[in-house]
Design a protein around this ligand. Structure first.
Ligand SMILES: [Zn+2]
Length: 250
């Protein structure tokens, strides 16, 4: 799809950057991104990806909007209570770039539908907050060699990692968190979360995604710890875990 006159105006300040010359911008914006989970991290990521020019975004969530979401889920407001998250999110995102192509999927990802929803993605962004779905998405992305950006936040801290899922080198979420019995993260509904920390983590994740889509290979397969109290980003190199059940399938 060519760049519309309206898009030239929306992205005028961005296209000035040499990294987003017309040819590069056109190739960048035609990536297909799937975001699973439209909560505190999924909302800002989707907003800033649309604001960076990405045209094709699939948003997947079966949840409805509750009052307790509003401290961090920036696409929703009090008038949207009890409405479907993906429907409201699509309306809001379309208002940023009406030429964008947002597919709202009001479903919970499961082992039966995951391939239908994620097979054509250049990048999967997992913003879910439960171990079972995170593990399902991770295993799928490894098997299909689709890059996976995994994000989580709790309390005052966030975690972000983009797995390349390259055919020749295996590193995945299960290498990092091998036991499916232990919780990988504490849940926000149990220990709380500050809205700005969800936003901070989401923007670090968005920038990592944009860098990756611009073919910048730095910071891939590295765990990035976002610490809001002392305002630091810590990067930790991850090695292949040869006991990982996904490694054994290679
Ligand atoms: Zn692994």
């Amino acid at each position: 799809m060519s760049i519309s006159d309206r898009e030239y105006k929306i992205f005028a300040r961005q296209i000035i950057l040499k990294e987003f010359s017309e040819i590069k911008f056109n190739s960048f914006r035609n990536n297909k991104i799937a975001i699973v989970g439209m909560g505190g991290i999924g909302c800002p990521i989707s907003q800033y990806l649309i604001s960076s020019g990405i045209r094709n975004i699939k948003i997947i969530d079966d949840d409805i909007i509750k009052l307790s979401n509003l401290n961090r889920q920036t696409l929703y407001d009090v008038k949207n209570i009890n409405k479907k998250k993906v429907e409201i999110a699509k309306l809001r995102l379309n208002k940023i770039n009406p030429d964008s192509n947002i597919l709202a999927i009001d479903k919970k990802i499961n082992s039966k539908n995951i391939n239908n929803h994620l097979f054509d993605s250049n990048l999967i962004i997992d913003c879910t907050d439960n171990l079972k779905t995170m593990s399902l998405i991770n295993n799928y992305a490894v098997k299909k060699h689709i890059p996976l950006l995994s994000c989580s936040v709790v309390g005052f801290d966030g975690q972000v990692i983009l797995f390349k899922n390259h055919k020749n080198k295996h590193i995945c979420l299960k290498c990092l968190y091998p036991s499916e019995k232990e919780p990988m993260i504490s849940r926000c509904d149990q220990v709380g979360v500050l809205g700005s920390v969800a936003g901070l983590t989401a923007l670090v994740a968005t920038q990592l995604a944009i860098n990756f889509l611009l073919k910048n290979k730095e910071n891939l397969d590295k765990l990035i710890l976002v610490s809001s109290k002392n305002l630091t980003l810590q990067k930790i190199s991850i090695e292949t875990n040869k006991n990982c059940s996904n490694y054994m399938l290679y």
